[in-house]
Design a protein around this ligand. Structure first.
Ligand code: OSB
Ligand code: MG
Length: 367
């Protein structure tokens, strides 16, 4: 496949409602859309680096720099036989996983389209529907949260995740469990706590949580192993896992019992598949995280989540849960049974809504 042209777009999309986590409040989401053209085919990917370096050290600006000055020059104009050849071309670049994952996603779409296969098929997916959940930001009042949950459950979501932060945690957990004793329910701390908060997490053991996501520091594996030893509830790592090696360390040390996979955080679908396969061999369930993606990134997430060891519902929600209008057609919807259909058309399996894409583009550059 001759890589003839690459385009980057810095996009900014307004969220339907502000999203508050222990890291702050987001009103709109900035990402980079990567387009790769070759031999009459067009591939699309999304880099999930955000406007701020709060979830990850990467930002739209650092990802743009790494893409423009290192990743794109390593493959542009070259003849690339497969994805691994592309990855090898930029293997000297350390870190910057979100920049890498955006480009790799566009290449997967390009190769899948050229082979007339769906992305799910290319990745080794085995499911035609994936189980989905919803991630709800921190609310000011319990009543607001309960109402939101009620509405999402009515839409079919199979699992509720709430964000927590010190002072906004156990009382919300109690209120949700009281109102909804049976639902699949989990919390995400986004690294807001320390080992000294262990009693709080022990209290959470009484509320039948599916898991506690990333309670401690964003690079930590060791302290999570100390915390997990004291808890019945499974810990799930998100921020701390950047690679297969991190996954192996976390599982060997019993730092968690579940892994959240986000292709952006681990550098692409190739590394995601390795983590998925390793976890499967160790009987560790995985689920697909989310980064408030547009439909372009979401399409890739749904395809990846169709692999067999994604056994817990993902943070993969309908387009309308995030944005008034998505930049793909058809938009992603949740079925009443809490599943989402895996696209079957070639590549990402959805069309680009160019009018919307143009509308949300802040900067566009061609290489
Ligand atoms: O920690 O899972 C997270 C969004 C941005 C950054 C980090 C996280 C999240 C979410 C949203 O929880 C999940 C989604 O896309 O629905
Ligand atoms: Mg998380």
């Amino acid at each position: 496949m001759k890589i003839e042209k690459i385009e980057l777009r810095h996009i900014k999309m307004e969220l339907v409602s502000p999203f508050t986590t222990s890291m702050g409040t987001e009103y709109d989401e900035e990402h980079i859309i990567v387009r790769v053209d070759g031999e009459g085919f067009t591939g699309w990917g999304e880099s999930v680096a955000e406007g701020t370096p709060f979830y990850s050290y990467e930002t739209v600006t650092t990802a743009w720099h790494i893409l423009q000055d290192f990743l794109i020059p390593s493959i542009l104009g070259k003849n690339i036989q497969n994805i691994n050849e592309a990855i090898n071309a930029y293997e000297k670049v350390r870190g910057h996983n979100m920049a890498k994952a955006g480009l790799e996603a566009a290449l997967w779409d390009l190769f899948a389209k050229s082979e007339n296969k769906s992305l799910s098929e290319m990745l080794g997916g085995t499911k035609n529907k994936v189980d989905v959940g919803v991630s709800i930001g921190i609310q000011n009042f319990e009543a607001e949260l309960l109402e939101k949950i009620e509405n999402y459950l009515e839409e079919g979501y199979q699992r509720i995740k709430i964000k927590i932060a010190p002072g906004k945690d156990i009382q919300f957990v109690k209120a949700v469990r009281k109102e909804f004793p049976e639902i699949l329910f989990q919390v995400d701390a986004n690294s807001a706590y320390e080992l000294k908060h262990i009693d709080l997490f022990k209290q959470m053991d009484d509320y039948n949580l599916l898991l506690i996501e990333q309670p401690l520091s964003y690079e930590d594996i060791y302290n999570h192993s100390k915390l997990q030893k004291e808890l019945k509830t499974p810990i799930c790592l998100d921020e701390s896992i950047h690679s297969l090696e991190d996954t192996q360390a976390a599982i060997e040390l019993n730092s968690c019992k579940v892994i959240n996979i986000k292709p952006g955080r681990v550098g692409g679908f190739t590394e995601s598949k390795k983590i998925h396969d390793y976890c499967m061999s160790k009987n560790i369930p995985v689920w697909h995280g989310g980064m408030l993606e547009s439909g372009i990134g979401r399409a890739g997430n749904v395809a990846l989540a169709s692999l067999p060891n994604f056994t817990l519902p993902g943070d993969i929600s309908a387009s309308k849960r995030y944005y008034k209008q998505d930049i793909v057609e058809p938009e992603f919807v949740v079925n009443s049974d809490g599943t989402m259909d895996v696209p079957t058309k070639p590549g990402i399996g959805v069309e680009i809504n160019y009018k919307m894409l143009e509308k949300v583009t802040v900067v566009r550059k061609e290489y």
